[in-house]
Design a protein around this ligand. Structure first.
Ligand SMILES: [Zn+2]
Length: 84
């Protein structure tokens, strides 16, 4: 099957829409990673980049869980103070 274009439609760099580009290299993808607090070092090998993202994601997830626990605890304390 041939397509009219193989260029990425998410950026203006006229780059071929490879898996590497879509997930890691595309500025749109990079902005998505940055928005959730992850950094993709494109000078590394793809496996190392994905492994780094996995480790960073675990850290971000742990921070989110701790923040939710703290906010839940604070809400419960305020509720208890209100009813007692
Ligand atoms: Zn792109």
């Amino acid at each position: 099957m041939e397509l009219p274009s193989y260029s990425c439609v998410l950026c203006t760099h006229n780059k071929e829409e490879t898996l590497f580009h879509l997930i890691l290299e595309c500025p749109f993808a990079q902005e998505c990673w940055i928005n959730i607090g992850l950094f993709a070092n494109l000078t590394e090998e793809p496996y190392n980049i994905l492994n780094s993202l996995r480790i960073q994601l675990q850290t971000v997830f742990t921070q989110v869980v701790l923040r939710v626990k703290e906010e839940w605890k604070q809400s419960m304390l305020e509720w208890l103070e209100h009813i007692l």
